[in-house]
Design a binder for this molecule. Sequence first.
Ligand code: UD1
Ligand code: CA
Length: 459
Amino acid sequence: MTTAAIVLAAGKGTRMRSDLPKVMHPAMGRPLIGWVLHALAPVDVDQTIVVVGHGADRVAATLPAGAVAVVQPDQRGTADAVAVGLDAVGDVDDILVVPGDMPLLTAATLIALLDAHRTSKAAATVLTATVADPTGYGRIVRDGTGAVVAIVEDRDADPETAAIDEVNTSVYAFDAAALRDALPRVGNDNDQGEWYLTDVIGILAGDGLPVAAVVADPIEAAGVNTHGQLAAAAGELRRRINDELMATGVAIIDPARTHVEADVVVAPGATLWPGTYLKGDSQVDAGAVVGPDVDSTDSHIAADATVRYAVLEGATVGPRATVGPYTYLRPGAVLEADAKAGAHVEIKKSVVGARSKVPHLSYIGDATIGEDSNIGAGTITVNYDGYDKHRTVIGDRVRIGSDTMLVAPVEIGDDAYTGAGSVITTDVTPGALAIERSPQKQIEGYAERRRRRAQEKHG
Ligand code: UD1
Ligand code: CA
């Protein structure tokens, strides 16, 4: 058997009230269309056609290799979209139609639908669901024998039909020849003046051809048309991801307040405290403790590291390193093994060597810090002269005094010291102490003289 999948993704998504094409809205780090294609990946299809229209270039650009975008110039309805898709389909036995706005659909359900369709040899097999509130969905009309005879759209349903709680999920398997034969017979005599794919079901049943149905879990049937539905779908995806992680041995203290995006890797033995957001390509290794309140994008937290109350963007936290509280690690920040970035510290494009510490109130940018060095509280790398960024290089076993300004480009040799409060503008040789401070003056009896002067003036 050969099968082509046609994914419908041309619609604007008017109800989202957004410039972003509907299927590009992200849920747990992946656009809606990405979830659908992910569910399709393990299904036995020979060709995947994605019908694009609104924001066609943006949608096409996110498609994985192997999926082919075809453009539906005007969004005249789901039947028209399938007709456009069919033009790109070769000689196959079956057509699987999947809407691009159903992120909760699973591979298992698609496989079950296709298997049922191939076994029954029906002209069409509709994936349906029985839902508590059918409003907005097409209703499945069955005859006295239980056979599907038609799908009636919500806006075209009379009260009796509207009361049916079995709805069309918009996922179908069709016999390719039957679909090609029925599509041109679809009209647009309906409330929206659109060409509805749902009418194909009535046409095939009217021809006396067998139409079958597979009933799905209603959770999977949820389409996303509004921001409310997007949030609900994202919540379900979040639960699924967290359940899977916990099953593999990740400790999630409060799953309702833990957000791990689709492509994040968390190793068994890691612990995630509430308020943890792991996004993009983030990775957390075994034994790491993350959170409370960590927002990590594209960052790697290595084994047994601890990160609390921090924002990480493109950062690397080495094994057993500690971060937080209130720490901002920006792109290119690398903490090597056992290093520390403490309270109110910001680090950008810098390496903090093994066992080196930046414990309090510092800005470290464009710097390299060797091993076993300590950066005193309030130290700042003055890396920007208003035109260019310059590098600071700090060696091994260095002691930078509190509140040192390291005016880059500058190099501090191994084992060197800087005095607290110094503005360091030239290189410091290994083992030296660099101190830049005006001598301290002492004015004896100052307070007493000042008090007497004030008394004379004001009485
Ligand atoms: C559709 C079904 C409805 C079903 C519901 C399930 C029709 C007429 N109705 O309604 O029976 O219960 O899905 O969620 O099919 N699209 C295009 N080109 C178009 C029109 C739509 O590509 O010209 C795409 C959309 O981008 C979307 C999908 O088709 O991904 C479904 O379209 P949408 O407008 O959301 O249909 P519903 O009103 O939800
Ligand atoms: Ca829809």
